[in-house]
Design a protein around this ligand. Structure first.
Ligand SMILES: [Zn+2]
Length: 260
């Protein structure tokens, strides 16, 4: 579904579709794009970028939350259109280079493969990436996939600088027959979720965006912004997101225990 693009804050813009986020962070010396949604979403993302007054050719770096087809499916096309460099965690980069969904993906067997990318740079936890005047930090937040990554940066408006967080999905969703409690292909899944919650509970977080905008009620908040300009700003958002995710995992684990 199409979505009119909008400024999130400062130099950060929402350029995704209604159901799948893509965020453009801009600078006069080049932009960063996080997530490419579906292959079919690319024309919408491109026209959204244009209508905010920017050019796809000026994207210098493309990042990803997790390498499922609904967030990474458009990246190969967007890379071709922009000539940007793509950077991802080692696990994610391997999937991008091969286009093959590995068995360690909880959704192995039910998720579509993505178009292959010729070159992907590897990033590690807490690494800061620079593109033009921009710098973003990678935070390894696995669980939904073993390569999940959240991204943080600061955006300023007037003299007011805020911490923005693009936090990866943390839903414990899997193919039938996969157990987060006892997977041979992803044995450290539970520890990974815990690590991701800890990140969300401690990171400075003024504005949160997630790959599925519905998870953080983005559209309701955007409506509220018409009457209250700071409606997207919520320093509790990351902690609430962590708490919601913890609940989902708890429910999931109870189900898995019942299947022992
Ligand atoms: Zn996913």
């Amino acid at each position: 579904m199409p979505q009119e693009p909008f400024k999130i804050y400062g130099n950060a813009y929402y350029v995704g579709t209604h159901g799948l986020s893509s965020v453009l962070i801009t600078s006069p010396s080049g932009h960063v794009l996080i997530d490419g949604a579906l292959p079919e979403s690319v024309p919408q993302i491109v026209s959204n970028i244009l209508s905010m007054g920017f050019r796809v050719e000026d994207i210098r770096l493309i990042l990803n939350s997790h390498v499922h087809f609904d967030h990474a499916g458009g990246i190969a096309q967007l890379q071709k259109l922009s000539g940007a460099r793509v950077a991802a965690t080692r696990w994610t980069a391997q999937v991008m280079r091969t286009g093959v969904v590995p068995r360690s993906d909880p959704q192995f067997g039910i998720t579509n493969p993505i178009a292959r990318l010729a070159a992907v740079d590897i990033v590690s936890d807490s690494q800061t990436l620079r593109a033009g005047a921009l710098s973003l930090t990678a935070h390894v937040t696995p669980g939904h996939t073993p390569g999940g990554t959240s991204w943080t940066w600061r955006s300023c408006e007037g003299g007011r600088c805020l911490n923005l967080v693009y936090a990866d999905s943390l839903t414990p969703v899997s193919a039938g027959g996969f157990y987060f409690t006892r997977s041979r292909d992803y044995p450290h899944a539970l520890g990974d979720f815990e690590r991701s919650y800890k990140f969300l509970e401690s990171t400075p977080c003024d504005i949160l965006v997630t790959p599925h905008p519905g998870f953080i009620k983005l559209w309701e908040r955007l409506d509220q912004r018409r009457s209250s300009p700071d409606a997207l700003i919520d320093p509790t958002a990351c902690r609430v997101f962590a708490a919601d995710s913890r609940e989902l995992l708890k429910t999931r684990l109870a189900t898995e225990m019942g299947k022992r």
